[in-house]
Design a protein around this ligand. Structure first.
Ligand code: NAD
Length: 370
């Protein structure tokens, strides 16, 4: 059995706790089947923490997150906290944990399960079988660069400005994440920039090329961001792993995610740099929010949370087989026609959050028995 894995569980608000319960069930199932042993700690974040402690995340929680092997997070926020001060809003808890853990690499897979290909806004033949991974730099670039601001012009009017800044170190560490992930997948990496216009992204491209000599087994390509936006809707299956800057990744990952058709199906991971012992901070969370409109009604789709958990098994614990099993179980449940409301279509069986969780566990039983 794989040794104790320390996991901090931050369920959050709204449907967060509902989807987290289903992952806890899978974790217990894995322990019962002697696949791994988890040492879990539950804590609060977001609105629940504001209600209890007046802040969206406690210092102790940050320390627990740093000490854990991985953090699993549901979602934070909701109308109840919409009017609290900006600095202590639920989202501030999320931003703080990402920053304090140094999570510079954001991984957003866009996977289309065949059973849901019809739900995409693109033609099903274009997205059917899609499985791409966008690696977005998360802590640098134009969202953080200085100088920034808005100033008054002497002759009237204003001047707004932001700076797109990257250092060698920042490009190198995110590029290495891209190369390493490509190595675990289809061995193709596409770096996206605007090297024909922006000096800082020409430097990005040059650095990626320099680092590529350490990864001769990976097929590296480069694409300008405007072309990439077009290619993602024209022929998204041409990509395997994409690595790009903070802002380009922000836009392209949302664009790619819509190819999959549903918010309730999208997982994500955010990774920090490895320390001397090779351990890296990591946080796994679904892309969706707290869905206040359906919270507490047993209607939430737990599959994005399940798939985030599968990413944790793969990227933090190197448990490739178990990660594949969870993903296969999700696929089989969808193939069998089970649907929560968000992915419901004619002729399918509408099920609750709990029933969807049970169905995934049943499929895991079958997959691991054979
Ligand atoms: P949302 O993702 O919560 O919901 C958008 C729509 O998708 C809703 O109709 C919702 O019912 C549906 N939906 C989302 N996830 C679903 C799931 N798993 N199963 C079934 N249906 C699902 O986005 P929103 O409505 O813009 O935001 C609601 C709250 O969540 C806000 O307070 C927002 O700030 C917060 N939020 C948090 C995060 C996060 O914690 N990472 C992300 C986005 C939004």
């Amino acid at each position: 059995m794989i040794a104790n894995k320390k996991v901090l569980m931050l369920a959050g608000d709204g449907i967060g706790p509902e989807v987290m319960v289903q992952v806890s069930r899978v974790m217990k199932w894995m322990e019962k089947h002697n696949r791994v042993s988890f040492d879990t700690e539950d804590d609060i974040i977001g609105g629940a923490c504001i209600d209890n402690h007046g802040v969206p995340i406690k210092d102790e929680t940050i320390e627990s997150a740093k000490a854990a092997d991985a953090v699993l997070l549901g979602a934070v926020g909701g109308p109840k906290w919409d009017d609290v001060d900006f600095e202590i809003r639920p989202e501030a808890g999320l931003l703080r944990i990402r920053k304090d853990l140094g999570l510079f690499a954001n991984l957003r897979p866009a996977i289309v399960f065949d059973a849901l290909a019809e739900a995409s806004s693109l033609k099903s033949e274009i997205v059917s079988g899609l499985d791409i991974l966008i690696v977005r730099e998360l802590t640098g670039g134009i969202y953080f660069g200085a100088p920034r601001g808005v100033e008054d012009l002497p002759g009237g009017g204003k001047r707004g400005f932001n700076s797109l800044v990257y250092t060698t170190e920042e490009v190198e560490r995110i590029a290495r994440v891209g190369f390493e992930l490509a190595r675990k997948r289809g061995k193709k990496l596409c770096s996206i920039d605007k090297a024909n216009v922006l000096e800082s992204t020409k430097m990005w491209r040059d650095e990626v090329i320099r680092i590529s000599s350490d990864y001769p087994d990976i097929e590296l390509s480069h694409m300008l961001v405007d072309n990439a936006a077009m290619q993602l809707v024209r022929d998204p299956k041409q990509f395997d792993v994409i690595v790009t800057t903070n802002m380009f990744g922000d836009i392209l990952s949302d664009c790619a995610s819509m190819a999959t058709g549903s918010l309730g199906m999208l997982p994500s991971a955010s990774l920090g740099a490895p320390d001397n012992s090779g351990k890296r901070n990591a946080l796994y969370e679904p892309v969706h929010g707290t869905a206040p409109d359906i919270a507490g009604q047993g209607k939430a789709n737990p599959l994005a949370m399940m798939l985030s958990f599968a990413m944790m098994l793969r990227y933090s614990f190197d448990m490739e087989e178990d990660a594949n099993n969870v993903e296969s179980a999700v696929k089989l449940v969808l193939d069998a026609g089970l649907r929560t409301g968000d992915i419901m279509s004619d002729g399918k069986e509408l099920v609750s959050t709990e029933k969807m969780g049970s169905a995934v566990i049943e499929q895991l039983e079958i997959l691991t028995a054979s």
